[in-house]
Design a protein. Structure first.
Length: 674
């Protein structure tokens, strides 16, 4: 029986088979396949489950020391030019495959309850299977060209899933925004890949790094050109992993179904950019200036996301900006030359952030039965409160997620985030300080979300507030909101088992998976990079670790305390203390640093204005020249037709007249004096 690593290429194939069959069923027998939704969902779950089993086996093999596997075949060739394709399975790939298949399985189980009454249930599961297949293919890709193919497939699936409810303007616009912003990064990625191939004649990660190093050393490739190519490739991860300034698509993508927020925007799609930067570390490590840029972008992103999350009232968008911030931490680790720390935080963050997003979906699912199927109302924390008594499993797991992401030991977020901050303190102290402040902001806004949602009194029955929020969102107040609902509190209840089981399951790794990354004995680092793990163990100093760890826990505790005093004990009024005292700062954060407004003015309206001016030039200048040419041709033809009589006498007269004219012209010229 072959080793699991030898047949890793089957991991993306099984979900793809399921997606193809269900997709063809929707095309050929739509009504019949929609009536067989349970059969379809179980089948797709089974296909993803098979991939998960193989992924787990590959991870066990890698832990036990099984050698990495790379199998290639010639996909295209012309003379000496060949393009290899295939798959590679190493410790990093096995870890990522295990993560993706696990989260996908849990999201599918969750979706069975969340999307139970949606008419697009089968289509949704088909998209999920296709997305998971694309992401798995990306992970096992052995070179940049193959990664780019799956990279675009992941982007296409993201477009389909974000715009799943395409009949809603918000979802359709969000899908278009995600598509356009990612095209900016993907265009840079494509140019970078082609440029690196031109410079090194290879798409392989290690060969590219070696080729660039040799070319720069031999002066056959200018340093500025190498830096430019590295930055162009980095544009792809900037967009896919929502890094400043290409992060603007991620919060709007919350218009998609909540399971998609957990699958794409917490654990998988946004992780693709971090994964690619980790794969390209041999290249980026050659240029400290590029690593500085990566760290700078990550630092700005982590602070930006956290600062905007401070003022968000939409539950899902608050979590979305939290995701942006945490992705910034991961990119900071990559810039510090600590890819293992970045990937470790990616894994821990995927567990507790997927749990938080699924928990928010559980809350929204319950709120819709109280305030109606208006996302603006069902997701607004101003209408929540007191849900802990009605939804004990959701509230307990959400609290675990808040503690984990805040970096409170011994939960997972503490070990992974502090490892990043420790590396930043050594490499870029200024960036460490920004990350340190962001850790306090993270603890504050996450517990703000928790207290507003689950503690205090339920505020969903406030009709005036509902109307005010709808009007503020420029949504018409529907008749169903005009009617009085009897016993609204009674309609609040815990979600079904299919939605609570994934929450409970994810709570376990959110608590214990951090123990795999003790800085003095990191089993995770030993799996991914034994040499780096050995160096870390030898250089570990408790007296250096403790001050940074204590400082990190201290500032997180301050953030939690402020949130507790403001939103639970009600002893601090932040509206008076901060919003009214610093209205410009509050407005700046509420308007998301005005980045959407800037993009709207410069790129959207600017491109429309440019298009109108080009249209004017086209209609008046280009069309004018064409029309003038036609008029001249038509006029000359109309005039000349009178000279085409077919009479020889008339032609002789014209010749005679021409001769007389020539004689007259040359006869009037003055004779030359010699």
């Amino acid at each position: 029986m072959p080793q699991a690593s030898e047949i890793a290429w089957l991991i993306p194939v099984f979900p793809l088979i399921g997606a193809v069959f269900s997709g063809l069923g929707l095309i050929c027998a739509n009504k019949k396949i929609n009536n067989s939704r349970e059969i379809v969902s179980i089948s797709l779950l089974s296909f993803v489950g098979i991939s998960a089993v193989i992924s787990y086996k590959t991870l066990i093999e890698q832990i036990n020391g099984y050698q990495s596997v790379e199998k290639l075949f010639v996909w295209a060739s012309a003379g000496d030019f060949t393009i290899p394709m295939g798959f590679v399975l190493d410790p990093l790939g096995s870890v990522m495959l295990t993560l993706v298949t696990t989260i996908t399985l849990l999201v599918m189980i969750y979706s069975h309850g969340y999307m139970a009454h949606d008419k697009g249930y089968v289509r949704f599961f088909t998209y999920l299977a296709l997305f998971s297949s694309s992401m798995m293919g990306l992970i096992i890709s052995p070179n940049l060209l193959e990664i780019y193919v799956f990279w675009e497939l992941v982007g296409m699936c993201s477009y389909l899933l974000v715009g799943f409810w395409y009949d809603r303007d918000g979802a359709a616009n969000a899908a278009q925004k995600a598509f356009v912003v990612n095209r900016v990064g993907d265009f840079g990625l494509l140019l970078g890949i082609l440029g690196l191939f031109w410079a090194t004649k290879s798409f392989d990660f290690n060969e590219i790094a070696l080729g660039v190093s040799q070319s720069v050393a031999e002066n056959s490739l200018p340093v500025w050109a190498a830096l430019l190519l590295c930055f162009l490739v980095f544009l792809g991860p900037m967009a896919k992993s929502a890094q400043f300034p290409l992060h603007v698509w991620l919060p709007d993508a919350m218009e998609g179904p909540t399971p998609i927020s957990a699958l794409i925007h917490a654990a998988t799609m946004v992780a693709a950019g971090i994964f690619l930067v980790a794969r390209l570390q041999p290249l980026y490590s050659l240029f400290p200036s590029i690593q500085f840029i990566i760290a700078l972008v990550g630092t700005i992103t982590c602070f930006l996301g956290a600062s905007i999350a401070l003022t968000q009232m939409d539950l899902k968008k608050g979590l979305a900006y939290s995701t942006v911030s945490q992705l910034g931490y991961m990119m900071l680790a990559m810039g510090c030359g600590a890819p293992v720390a970045g990937i470790f935080h990616l894994i821990t963050h995927a567990c507790f952030k997927a749990m938080l997003f699924l928990g928010s979906g559980s809350v929204i699912h319950a709120m819709e039965e109280v305030v109606g199927h208006q996302p603006v109302l069902a997701q607004d924390m101003r209408l929540m409160g007191g849900l802990r008594k009605k939804m004990p499993f959701t509230s307990a797991t959400f609290l675990i997620g808040c503690v984990a992401i805040s970096g409170i030991p011994p939960l997972a977020g503490f070990w992974s985030k502090d490892e990043i901050l420790g590396n930043a303190f050594i490499s870029f102290p200024a960036f460490w300080f920004v990350g340190f402040l962001t850790a306090g902001m993270t603890a504050f806004y996450m517990f703000r979300l928790y207290f507003l949602t689950f503690e205090g009194d339920f505020r969903g029955g406030n009709k005036e507030l509902q109307k005010e929020l709808l009007l503020a969102s420029e949504i018409n107040v529907e008749e169903e909101h005009e009617e009085e609902h009897e016993e609204e509190h009674g309609s609040l209840h815990e979600s079904p088992w299919s939605m609570t089981f994934p929450l409970i399951f994810l709570a376990v790794p959110s608590v214990i998976i951090g123990f795999m990354g003790f800085p003095w004995d990191s089993k995770f680092a030993n799996l991914l990079d034994p040499e780096e793990a050995l160096i870390a163990i030898e250089s570990f100093e408790l007296k250096e670790f403790l001050p940074l760890a204590i400082a990190s826990v201290f500032i997180a505790s301050i953030g939690i305390t402020i949130a507790y005093q403001a939103y639970f004990a009600k002893k601090i009024n932040l509206s008076i203390l901060f919003a009214q005292r610093f209205p410009s700062v509050n407005k700046f954060l509420s308007n998301k640093w005005y980045l959407d407004d800037i993009n709207e003015k410069i790129f959207v309206k600017g491109s429309r204005k440019l298009a109108k001016e080009v249209l004017e030039v086209d209609s008046k200048v280009v069309d004018g020249v064409v029309n003038l040419t036609g008029l001249v041709t038509l006029g000359s033809g109309e005039g000349l037709k009178y000279f085409e009589t077919g009479r020889a006498q008339f032609y002789a007269l014209i010749v005679f007249g021409g001769v007389i004219l020539l004689v007259a012209i040359f006869g009037f010229q003055s004779p030359q004096v010699t």
